[in-house]
Unconditional design. Structure first.
Length: 287
């Protein structure tokens, strides 16, 4: 679990070179490098098993601007702090290497007041799938938290408590349904690259939410993931179940959700079977 710190000048120069070789548009490179942070730690948390969140860790010793905000957060109660704190909607880019099975997911958060820092957290898809999986938790609150606070929760060897984290956190957005699907695509593009192992067995996760319309006020939804490696598929299943269920031979799961029931199934596909998913998106901004 690593600490987030701003890119150094040599790191920024090297990353600009690499992204240029990936044929990323210059405007996107400039946006990604503005306030860029490599290797953030990410922690999931909940409160009473209902309110879910994703905590992005910040080493306040290396980020003076966010350290000031964390200090202010500690000084005020929730209502007083949220009355003076405001952030914009998070943005994301998924950047694909054209000739290797690699991608970079860049997640940007913008604080508007009382000060206005912008930070872009950079996740190398092939190395940080677990961190990305937390950003698949649709409806979860995304927060920035001091590293020392997150480390204390991490030491509990489980999901952190919402109260302990949220009382020190800067809420910066929500995981939307569209963003959740986009993150799943980012996690799987490297496994579908032409240079990936052609005969590898992949797995598709099918999600069906059966909802009582009179109770919930809307119909259920269905979603089918792109082809995933087996461990990635099981990680996605655990995220969508909201708990760490395991079972190597299990192919179907059910859990209760608000107003109904969620059913998840996984089925094997060959890595070369792209009919289970759409084509690779172009490099650029995501909604």
């Amino acid at each position: 679990m690593s600490r987030a710190q701003l890119l150094t000048k040599p790191e920024r120069h090297k990353l600009r070179q690499v992204l240029g070789q990936w044929r990323i548009p210059p405007a996107v490179i400039r946006e990604v490098l503005r306030g860029g942070v490599f290797g953030p730690g990410v922690l999931a948390f909940d409160q009473d098993g209902v309110d879910r969140g994703v905590a992005i860790m910040v080493d306040e010793r290396r980020d003076a601007q966010l350290a000031r905000l964390f200090d202010r957060r500690a000084e005020l109660d929730n209502d007083a702090f949220l009355g003076e704190f405001e952030s914009g909607a998070p943005r994301a880019h998924t950047l694909f290497c054209p000739d290797r099975p690699e991608a970079l997911f860049a997640f940007t958060v913008c604080v508007d007041r009382p000060i206005a820092p912008t930070r872009t957290y950079l996740l190398l898809v092939s190395k940080q799938a677990r961190m990305l999986s937390f950003l698949c938790q649709r409806g979860a609150t995304i927060c920035l938290v001091p590293h020392v606070v997150a480390l204390r929760e991490w030491a509990k060897e489980g999901t952190g408590t919402g109260y302990d984290l949220y009382s020190r956190a800067l809420p910066v957005g929500l995981v939307t349904a569209a963003r959740s699907r986009r993150v799943v695509r980012a996690m799987t593009q490297v496994t579908r690259h032409p240079l990936a192992v052609a005969d590898e067995t992949m797995f598709v996760v099918h999600v069906k939410d059966t909802i009582s319309v009179p109770l919930a006020g809307h119909e259920g939804v269905e979603y089918r993931s792109p082809p995933l490696q087996r461990e990635e598929a099981l990680t996605l299943v655990r995220v969508l179940l909201g708990e760490d269920r395991r079972g190597a031979e299990t192919r179907s799961w059910r859990c209760a959700i608000a107003g109904g029931q969620r059913t998840l199934t996984i089925r094997p596909v060959r890595a070369g079977d792209h009919s289970a998913n759409g084509g690779q998106p172009a490099n650029g901004a995501l909604p």
